[in-house]
Design a protein. Structure first.
Length: 308
């Protein structure tokens, strides 16, 4: 079995390529593993690398070395391949995906804890033909994520700090609500929405937890719909939403177990964010993917460790 380290040298505050190469060398020396390190050089590059190698049919273990965006790309390359599995070595700023593993999150920093770890399947969200591991969000939360990228990464801000600055920018200077037609399976809704997010995992935006009951391997997705509100109401309720207490806001928030959610916008583009990666469109379709992702981690780890 080959062990492939896909490294994003642009992830996080500093390039960790040297550290990852040294980690792979230690596995090669200590355990006689066949290790290979590959560097991404453009958006989408990790997806292409992972898919091309997985198509060989040989047994492979991939290590996504970067942030949530790198994990997202490798996952999109490996979805549905039975011969390949992936894990991740955090080198980003937010690393929201790993928060799902609770206390075991820190073990992912060293490949020595990973190479012979347990393998298990994870569900995926299919959003307009792209795969998402954690949360597919549309509306103000996606606009915030888009702004994080546009504003750039400041050395003075953590992942959570960057997120909060972006929240402030969108709150003060951009619109919160959007007129959308929404289908929850066959149920049709018309209205003004602040956000509609489908959750497989529990964390995004540097630690916000919109649906804390979401589990990443139960074949079930949860969609939260939040109606448009005034800026004053948004500021007052943001803390409760971020802490996973949207059930305390029944007039404004609704959680649905619909298998397919469609959003249509007659006017402006819908901003959609998948695991931190953003795109724009006028129609969004989200559903449980028919493919799953093989994942491995430290022995005994649980992707639902923090689920309520």
């Amino acid at each position: 079995m080959r062990h492939i380290f896909i490294i994003n040298p642009a992830a996080g505050k500093r390039d960790q390529t040297t550290r990852i190469y040294a980690m792979a060398d230690r596995l090669r020396t200590a355990h006689g593993l066949e290790c290979q390190c590959l560097l991404t050089d453009r958006p989408g590059g990790a997806t292409e690398m992972a898919r091309r190698l997985a198509e060989s049919g040989e047994p492979l273990r991939f290590y996504a070395c970067g942030g949530d965006g790198t994990i997202h790309e490798v996952a999109n390359g490996l979805a549905g391949f039975s011969n390949a599995a992936m894990t991740c070595i955090p080198a980003g700023t937010g690393n929201d995906f790993l928060k799902n593993f609770g206390a075991d999150m820190t073990k992912f920093a060293d490949a020595e804890n990973l190479w012979d770890g347990d393998q298990f399947p994870l569900d995926l969200i299919d959003c307009n033909g792209r795969y998402c591991l954690t949360i597919a969000c549309n509306g103000i939360d996606a606009q915030v994520a888009e702004s994080v990228h546009q504003l750039g990464s400041s050395p003075l801000l953590s992942g959570r700090g960057s997120y909060l600055v972006s929240v402030a920018v969108n709150f003060l200077f951009r619109g919160i609500g959007h007129r959308w037609t929404v289908f929850l399976d066959q149920e049709r809704l018309e209205g003004d929405y602040a956000l509609i997010s489908m959750c497989n995992g529990r964390y995004y935006g540097g630690g916000s937890t919109p649906v804390p009951v979401a589990r990443m391997d139960d074949g079930k997705l949860h969609t939260i719909l939040v109606r448009s509100v005034s800026r004053a109401t948004f500021a007052r309720l943001f803390g409760a939403y971020s802490a996973g207490n949207a059930d305390r806001l029944p007039r404004l928030a609704r959680i649905s177990d619909a298998r397919e959610v469609r959003i249509l916008s007659p006017g402006a583009d819908i901003v959609t964010c998948l695991d931190g990666e953003c795109f724009r469109s006028r129609e969004v379709t989200m559903r449980l993917a028919d493919k799953r992702l093989n994942f491995f981690g430290p022995k005994g780890c649980d992707p639902n460790a923090t689920a309520r």
